[in-house]
Design a protein around this ligand. Sequence first.
Ligand SMILES: Nc1ncnc2c1ncn2[C@@H]1O[C@H](COP(=O)(O)OP(=O)(O)OP(=O)(O)O)[C@@H](O)[C@H]1O
Ligand SMILES: [Mg+2]
Length: 361
Amino acid sequence: MIPDRDAILKALEQVIDPELKRPVTDLDMVRDVTVRPDGGVAVTIALTVVGCPLRHSFEEQVDRALGGLPGVTSVTLSFDVMSPEEKAALSTRLRGGRTEREISLEPTPRVVAIASGKGGVGKSSLTVNIAAALDSLGQRVGLLDADVYGHSLPLMLGVHQRPVVVDKMIVPPVRGDLKLISIGNFLDDNSPVMWRGPMLHRALEQFLSDVHWGELDTLVVDMPPGTGDIAISLGQLLPRAEVLLVTTPQPAAQQVAIRAALMAQKTGTRVIGVVENMSWLVGTGQEIFGSGGGAALAAELDVPLLGQVPLDPILRESADAGDPVVESHPDSESARAIVAIAERVAALRPGTIRKSLTLLS
Ligand SMILES: Nc1ncnc2c1ncn2[C@@H]1O[C@H](COP(=O)(O)OP(=O)(O)OP(=O)(O)O)[C@@H](O)[C@H]1O
Ligand SMILES: [Mg+2]
């Protein structure tokens, strides 16, 4: 029995491009299907770039989709690369009629920016873990590393592949279902980014307009420390962003965090809650950085304290290994605290948040 060509094409609809998250048949990536009389099927898929690191995903999926079809005795998959014209057509299709300079976040997801006044309080660690936790809650999540000078998300997530550029559209690298854009993925080595404000603004704008985010429920943004150019740009580009303020329990850190809250208010974004990080040391409960900073900050801003995360060596080790602790050690004290925070963030719908921070006005 010779396998049915239409059935093969139909089955290929199950093969999803791991980065673009759409069937290869929708994306016009199936270049050739040959069916031999002995039941051997040869498929050629045209990729956006040569040496795409996700080839094995296509191989597995094609095998799975075609292997069980009646009459199929073997499946071989080969790859080709799209021509510039095909890439331009794909980019137009992905853009869905939008012009290049329009923000590509449609339909509009929630934007949650993780910010602090002080550096080193755990913003990036919380960003990757909250994103991973929201993903495990079933949300479609994107991660934007807005810390252009101090980018750390690629390391913390172990995502080192370069973003694929299709025509002028940037396809974010993925880690499972999480999509990530960081300047770190565009750089060859550890060279420093030395840009002034306008370039930072342009980079952030490009991350929002030229990146094919697809449909997202939440975009989690890792902010740089402090109240500089990036915070102003984010406020301008994403005025509906919700801000999660991170502080340590120290009164000094809490005072600095208030500046970030004032800044958020000035740029029109809204603080939705406070997370206290490094609250105590796991195991001993020792309060290394004092206590009460998170609660005091939340009270002062009249927003909820969404949770306290302990200092946990496993959290740091997991981040250094490129694995969020909520995935690598879901039963650890820090992972459980962060998952609970992500659940609270997911439950806080924008409409339920008070619009004015009376104390600051
Ligand atoms: N709860 C925690 N337990 C243990 N280590 C932590 C915890 N939170 C953060 N760290 C570690 O502290 C360091 C600083 O954290 P992180 O990079 O997330 O902070 P940040 O606020 O993003 O810093 P920056 O302002 O430089 O961007 C990292 O080495 C991280 O692994
Ligand atoms: Mg950081």
